[in-house]
Design a protein around this ligand. Structure first.
Ligand SMILES: C[S@@+](CC[C@H](N)C(=O)[O-])C[C@H]1O[C@@H](n2cnc3c(N)ncnc32)[C@H](O)[C@@H]1O
Length: 343
């Protein structure tokens, strides 16, 4: 009897831990119509008068200020409406990656571009978690009417962050969703409006650089990579965001205090990675050791006792390619903020 109770408790704990560790789709139904899409029907739908981004396609692309030689990624290229407009602007000296989760769309775009003689278009079938673009290869990522289809927005945006060159930028065009103002279709189809999406993109390591207002129901925003990753200040992410991101598995929390401090009391959500270890191991050895413990596709929040050791840990982990965000609040203040203590 006792044994079976113990087994149930263990099984429940394991299931809960696994669920916590896995980032869930923010909108599992949203891409249903893009599984084996009827491409001809979508050409009709995406490339017809009356669709705002189609009617304003010239302004949308002009605002991007594309130049010959640029490498542009059209994320969620769909039927290729924008890929075909971008290709001649970057010329044969540049390149367009037509990226989509639907291979039927990617094949269609490649075929249509080939027939039109555009030799600088390369199709990329990506996953719902990653754009699958080569690191440090893209000058501008163009995301039109697609961000709200991202099921794993943080992972997708981090994959883009890696794919962008240091001065790389993102142009985001999407419907604004405003309660009491937007159409029922927008209210039902989009999970959130501009403020939420901008915040999510910022959380992935970008900052707003420019906004244009020539669209009535959509917004046009240019982001650049933020320099947060290169300064050593504490994160400005709010405690509510941090708790939510950890709970949904988008982020992890590490504690860089030492073993004895950890044993005296630690947070249930944290993992111990002592600063002494980060400082003492050679980079290649540290990288191998951490590979088992710390995923690179999650935000890593980091706390210590009073907020100063995290600033020493940050550059070491950044150097290894982590999106590391040091917390100003130490262990006891985090407990005061509602973080659960481990038993
Ligand atoms: C509404 S369509 C927009 C197509 C095109 N950008 C346009 O404006 O005409 C959204 C596209 O995003 C693609 N998509 C959905 N999730 C994606 C993801 N995580 N990464 C890349 N493409 C995605 C869909 O397959 C679909 O082609």
């Amino acid at each position: 009897m006792r044994r079976s109770l113990l087994f149930i408790v263990l099984a429940l704990t394991l299931t809960t831990n696994l669920a916590m560790a896995q980032e869930k789709s923010v909108n599992p139904e949203i891409n249903k119509s893009f599984v084996k899409p009827d491409v001809a029907a979508f050409v009709e739908r995406f490339e017809s008068e009356g669709r705002e981004v189609y009617d304003h396609r010239e302004e949308i692309i002009e605002a991007c200020q594309l130049k010959p030689g640029m490498v542009v990624a059209d994320i969620g290229a769909g039927t290729g409406l924008f890929t075909r407009m971008i290709a001649p602007r970057v010329t044969d000296r540049g390149q367009v990656f037509a990226v989509d989760i639907a291979k039927e769309f990617v094949e269609h775009v490649e075929k249509v571009c080939q027939e039109a003689g555009a030799t600088n278009v390369k199709g990329v079938v990506c996953t719902s978690e990653s754009t699958e673009l080569p690191a440090n290869s893209v000058d501008l990522a163009f995301i039109c009417d697609t961000y709200h289809h991202f099921e794993f927005p943080y992972k997708t945006m981090r994959s883009l962050h890696r794919a962008l060159k240091p001065n790389g930028q993102v142009v985001l065009v999407d419907f604004d969703r405003v309660e009491g103002k937007s159409s029922d279709w927008i209210l039902n189809h989009l999970r959130a409006g501009k403020a939420t999406f901008v915040k999510e993109v910022e959380l992935a390591g970008f900052e707003v650089a420019e906004e244009q207002d020539f669209l009535a129901t959509s917004y046009w925003i240019r982001f650049k990579k933020s320099d947060r990753k290169t300064n050593s200040n504490h994160t400005t992410d709010s405690i509510e965001d941090i708790k939510r991101l950890i709970a949904e598995g988008t982020a992890k929390l590490i504690d860089v205090r030492e073993q004895a401090e950890w044993e005296a009391g630690h947070l249930a959500a944290a993992e111990l990675i002592p600063l002494s270890m980060l400082k003492s191991l050679p980079a290649d050895e540290l990288s191998t050791k951490l590979a088992e413990q710390l995923p690179k596709d999650k935000i890593i929040y980091c706390h210590c006792r009073s907020g100063s050791r995290v600033l020493a840990a940050t550059p070491i982990l950044q150097e290894l390619g982590y999106d590391i965000r040091p917390l100003a609040l130490g262990y006891s203040l985090l407990v005061d903020e509602g973080f659960e203590k481990a038993e």
